[in-house]
Design a protein around this ligand. Structure first.
Ligand code: SF4
Length: 363
């Protein structure tokens, strides 16, 4: 089954660490649903005939749009077969009216950017909400009947300690959410935080600190009954994100909106230029990536080795499979685990999965 991702490239302000495509200017919000619908109608054939089971409104900040624009987008894309409909929200946009409308649109999963529950840490990266706002927003979501709530946390924030991260993590899990995404802060070139790092105004978390936080995260999440099913994702039983899981098994998905990426049923990846202005003039100008079969297999390897189930070796051709297994032999013992047709990186090594995969691919 396929998925649809809609990118809403609007934010109230830019967070210091963020390099997703978004602008802090809402003038085109009202006209945006029609452009997305035009793109969907022109491109839905790329998904093949398997049906659409997930819809994901991401961004940017979808919850910063007027409710009428969100409702129009959902109505114009009308896909009755959708089983999981996720919307990304920020705490400052959550109120009973909004939750009621999201539910009426068919939303049955909310993913909220919390990032930390320590106010000084939130402030250090330009978040617009307080820790209490985030907790209050989760309570509103629960009162509004949302039974599948995911929250994002970041570790390695400026000024954060292992103790303060443990405090945020435990306080967040105490709210009774069903899903957690936790990311190590990365300093992406061009972001405000990256410029501060260049000027020596902030300090990157040491590798030792990052590992301590990661180990604590895995331990606490496991103790609370969460399954660590992908490097950054934890879920209570049966509450894994179906939309994201489909990315990792190369199910087709259609990414709509500027900066969105897609994978067609024909195996071809496509992307939209990250420019809202250009998109509004021509929303159907997606660009096909020129990938060789070998590059596609490497993509698959890169994505699946970050998941709990690992890489399904039977999806590789004989030549690639032998190359890979030979390269795996040269890695230190315990770096990779082989079980039948599955090759995986154990949880304890996931934090350095990029380096392991590089060694596997390039020796
Ligand atoms: S982190 Fe989220 S809210 Fe902040 S700028 Fe990026 S997309 Fe917008």
């Amino acid at each position: 089954m396929a998925g649809i991702y809609v990118h809403f490239p609007f934010c109230r302000a830019k967070c210091a660490y963020c390099d997703f495509y978004s602008i802090a200017d809402g003038r085109l919000m009202a006209a945006y649903p029609e452009a997305v619908a035009a793109e969907f109608n022109a491109r839905k054939g790329e998904l093949g005939s398997g049906g659409i089971s997930t819809l994901y409104f991401g961004g940017g900040t979808p919850s910063s749009l007027p409710l009428s624009a969100l409702e129009a987008t959902a109505r114009l894309l009308y896909v009755p077969s959708v089983e999981e409909f996720t919307i990304e929200v920020n705490p400052e946009d959550v109120n009973p009216d909004a939750v009621g409308l999201w539910a009426a649109m068919g939303v049955n999963r909310v993913s909220m950017g919390v990032q930390s529950l320590v106010d000084s840490e939130l402030k250090s990266v330009g978040r617009r909400h307080s820790a209490d706002d985030a907790i209050h927003a989760i309570e509103i979501l629960k009162s509004g009947g949302m039974e599948n709530i995911s929250a994002d946390l970041i570790y390695g924030l400026p000024g954060q300690t292992c103790e303060s991260f443990a405090f945020s993590l435990n306080r967040l899990l105490d709210t009774g959410i069903q899903h957690l995404s936790a990311y190590l802060l990365s300093y992406e070139p061009g972001t405000l935080l990256w410029r501060r790092l260049q000027r020596g105004l902030v300090e990157e978390a040491s590798e030792e600190m990052a590992y301590s936080m990661y180990r604590m995260l895995c331990h606490v999440a496991r103790d609370r009954g969460f399954n660590h099913y992908e490097i950054s994702n934890f879920a209570l039983p049966e509450m894994e994100s179906r939309h994201n899981s489909a990315y990792w098994t190369l199910e087709p998905y259609l990414g709509l909106g500027p900066g969105a990426h897609s994978l067609g049923a024909d195996g071809i990846r496509r992307y939209n230029e990250p420019s809202l202005k250009e998109y509004m003039l021509n929303p159907v100008a997606s660009i096909a990536e020129e990938e060789t079969e070998e590059e596609r297999l490497d993509d698959f390897l890169l994505i699946s080795l970050r998941t709990q189930s690992g890489l399904n070796l039977s999806r590789l051709n004989e030549n690639r499979r032998s190359q890979l297994l030979a390269a795996a032999e040269n890695l230190p013992e315990g770096t990779l685990v082989r079980e039948g047709d599955s090759l995986r990186i154990p949880e304890s090594h996931w934090l350095r999965s990029d380096a392991i995969i590089r060694e596997l691919l390039f020796g």
